[in-house]
Design a protein around this ligand. Structure first.
Ligand code: ATP
Ligand code: MG
Length: 705
């Protein structure tokens, strides 16, 4: 038994066991127990890009990739300098300034790329594209929470809006190096505010506008901003959230620790709430529309060093207290742009939509900076993906003719699940069967009709939209289980669109392991191969690199331009967390398996490893909507694991879980599950990034059912 545990070593979702003989059809999600990996047949599945797709791709073959990849490893300075030269630099960086020292044994970690080069990322995102003739091209399409609310900004209009805000910020005394906290929903004003800060050399810290006053206050105290930018309220689905009230409470809390903020710039989000009903503190609070539009459309750029800080952003907090990750300007710019271009096989005619919020790294690198640096047209969506119904995403895809669609497995799974409920479909099925039986159809005809109708029913939220414009799909945030991958590929992408399953982290700034669509066949659930300049290595517990087919701890050798430079105000924690565990490497915290063909399979956080010696196996099981929990099902699940994997892997305890504790970016907080399993309920630690704290209480109540 231990052999299997040590070889697979990590927890997997039950979705990987797709051919469970009993009970399987009823499981929507089984978390934190199943050992083992994708079944052999799944691993063998190769999904090839079409000839037509490959022939037009930026990297059309594995061979071309290998050529580029080898150069990026053998001559990183040359490889990245060539790419960086395509951007605007006020002053070029001196040669030989690339630091690649990741070895803690040789002294403190100090990563630098293009140091001494002078540039500005806002200039490169906006002005440079206008100079290249894209002034009239749409930069941002904005789609509001409710269907029918939308707006558009061309690159020229975007520049005007950015400059006005930048001028205002300068006027209130925000200078190069000062921090600005942005607490906004997905309005166009959010990327505008990020770009305005970058334009004047200020450091933005975007806080996801779903965080509580306490979390916001913690971040304000941490970075001591000159100003906070927010809006009065936002509608998320049918619910109104009063953001300004949360900011007010956060500012009261931060003032108690001696950190007071002079200006709270508030955007009036009229679709949610009128300004009259907003709480106001004269002298501190300022309406955006009262001041910003008065400023000129032009604003001089603050030219900064490539190593000047660009932004501070906190990790999702899945594994503990969120970490304040600091990214700098030059290397991040080059890396975000290049990864975007290649992982989505970007073409100037593309319309790109990423469902992530700018409150996460994905929204930084792949809503704002990466796409705009490429002169792309980006859809910014304010609302919830299942509002007013689970077809909303595909409605938006058709409305804007989206070609590149980037989302998270959690959304794919929820749309897949919600696709099932359609009363009209059920009614139609029953009625058709009745007619056929009445008219004397044979048994097989009825079965065939039922199968067709079930298929139509479960896919209708997707299939009632065309989605013909889609070219490439993307996934980020968690491993995407093969069954969700297949649904995404077959149903959403009509078996036509490659899926870029991008593995990366807040810390890495951009994609690290990702398919390049068109370059090689995909395996559902595998993030495939490393991006240019990235050297993933798999090490054992002693930190020894393992070659060939293996599994272990995922580390990275040598640095890459998008790497974070420190944890804000705590360089020691930076070194201890990431570089000390395996000296000589950056340690990602994730487990990974490399198969015989060299494909990488992310297996989740390494602290999710089950050690069966002295520990029991505890499963949190979520059933498909409507399936009742029963003692019989519990037994059948245990028997299934026994039969499929072995007696040692049979769960000791099955805990029915109608919901799981997830971060606001949709990731499962397994550390909380662990504490519930061991009944250490007073040690739940930082739960500030939980999307719905009531789930935890619900789980605790169900603990002994
Ligand atoms: P914290 O570090 O605070 O615990 P977090 O790691 O969830 O939070 P992020 O930086 O947003 O914060 O997420 C990065 C992590 O997400 C990765 O380490 C990995 O575990 C997971 N991840 C992201 N993309 C993928 C992917 N395509 N496949 C597998 N896992 C992924
Ligand atoms: Mg992390």
């Amino acid at each position: 038994g231990n052999n299997l545990i040590t070889s697979s070593n990590h927890l997997r979702h039950v979705d990987f066991i797709t051919n469970l003989p009993s009970g399987a059809g009823k499981i929507s999600h089984l978390n934190a127990v199943v050992l083992g990996e994708a079944s052999a047949s799944e691993q063998a599945d190769l999904v090839l890009p079409s000839q037509q797709f490959s022939s037009q791709a930026l990297v059309p073959s594995h061979q071309k990739y290998l050529e580029m990849y080898m150069r990026s490893i053998q001559d990183p300075a040359g490889f990245w300098s060539d790419i960086a030269s395509q951007f605007y630099w006020k002053q070029k960086w001196p040669e030989q300034v690339f630091s690649e020292n990741l070895d803690i044994r040789k002294g403190p970690i100090k990563i630098e790329w293009f140091k001494g080069g002078i540039t500005n990322i806002c200039y490169n995102c906006v002005d440079r594209n206008i100079e290249a003739g894209l002034g009239h091209k749409v930069a941002l399409y904005w789609e509001g929470n409710g269907p029918g609310f939308d707006d558009t900004l061309t690159y020229s209009q975007l520049l005007h809006r950015v400059c006005q805000l930048a001028n205002y910020l300068k006027d209130i005394g925000v200078k190069r190096g000062d921090a600005v906290v942005i607490y906004l929903p997905m309005l166009m004003e959010l990327p505008i505010a990020m770009l305005a800060c970058a334009r004047i050399g200020a450091v933005h810290s975007v806080v996801f506008a779903g965080f509580s006053a306490e979390s916001l206050a913690q971040r304000i105290v941490d970075c001591k901003p000159k100003a906070v930018i927010t809006c009065n309220a936002v509608k998320r689905g049918p619910k109104i959230i009063h953001l300004k009230e949360i900011v007010d409470a956060a500012l009261i809390q931060s003032a108690k620790t001696g950190i007071s903020v002079d200006v709270c710039l508030t955007y009036e989000n009229q679709s949610a709430m009128k300004r009259e009903s907003t709480n106001w503190q004269e002298g501190r609070d300022v309406w955006w529309s009262d001041v910003v539009p008065k400023y000129p459309y032009t604003c001089e750029v603050e030219w900064v060093d490539a190593e000047d800080p660009l932004f501070l952003l906190y990790t999702s907090g899945s594994t503990g207290k969120p970490k304040g990750v600091l990214h700098t300007t030059g290397g991040y710019m080059v890396y975000a742009a290049t990864t975007f271009k290649h992982a989505f096989d970007y073409k100037p005619s593309d319309i790109y939509w990423c469902t992530a919020d700018c409150g996460w790294i994905t929204g930084h690198s792949y809503v704002t900076y990466g796409p705009l640096l490429n002169g792309a047209t980006v859809v910014v969506f304010e609302g919830a993906p299942n509002y007013p119904d689970p077809g909303r995403c595909w409605d938006i895809v058709d409305k804007y003719k989206v070609t590149l669609f980037y989302t998270a497995p959690t959304l794919v799974r929820s749309l897949m699940r919600e696709g099932g409920v359609s009363f009209s479909g059920c009614f139609l099925s029953v009625y058709c069967c009745f007619l056929m039986i009445r008219d004397g159809a044979c048994f097989y005809e009825v079965i065939l009709l039922i199968a067709i109708l079930i298929f139509i029913t479960i896919t209708q939220y997707v299939t009632r939209y065309s989605r013909k414009s889609l070219r490439v799909l993307g996934s980020v945030g968690e491993p995407i289980n093969p069954s969700a991958w297949r649904w995404f590929y077959n149903v959403v992408g009509d078996s036509r669109c490659p899926i870029s399953d991008t593995w990366w982290q807040t810390e890495t700034g951009g994609f690290m392991i990702t398919p390049l669509p068109g370059a090689w066949p995909q395996k559902p659930g595998s993030a495939t191969f490393p991006f240019f300049g990235v050297q993933p290595v798999i090490v054992d517990e002693k930190g020894v690199e393992i070659g060939g087919e293996c599994s272990g701890y995922l580390c990275l050798k040598s640095s890459w331009p998008g790497a974070f430079r420190t944890l804000y105000g705590d360089h020691e924690r930076y070194e201890t967390t990431y570089f000390k565990p395996f000296p000589g490497y950056y340690f990602s915290g994730d487990g990974c398996r490399r198969d015989k063909d060299g494909y990488h399979w992310l297996t989740g956080r390494v602290d999710d490893v089950i050690n069966v010696k002295g520990q029991g196996i505890y499963a949190f099981v979520t059933l498909v909507e409507g399936v009742p929990y029963s003692e019989e099902l519990r037994k059948s699940l245990i028997m299934t694991v026994r039969k499929q994997i072995g007696a040692f892997a049979a769960p000791d305890k099955i805990h029915w879980a109608p919901g799981l504790p997830k971060t606001r970016s949709g990731k499962i907080m397994r550390r909380i599950l662990r504490k519930i399993a061991s009944r250490q309920l007073d040690e739940l630690e930082d739960t500030s990034t939980l999307a719905d704290p009531t789930v935890v209480h619900q789980l605790i109540e169900l603990a002994d059912c």
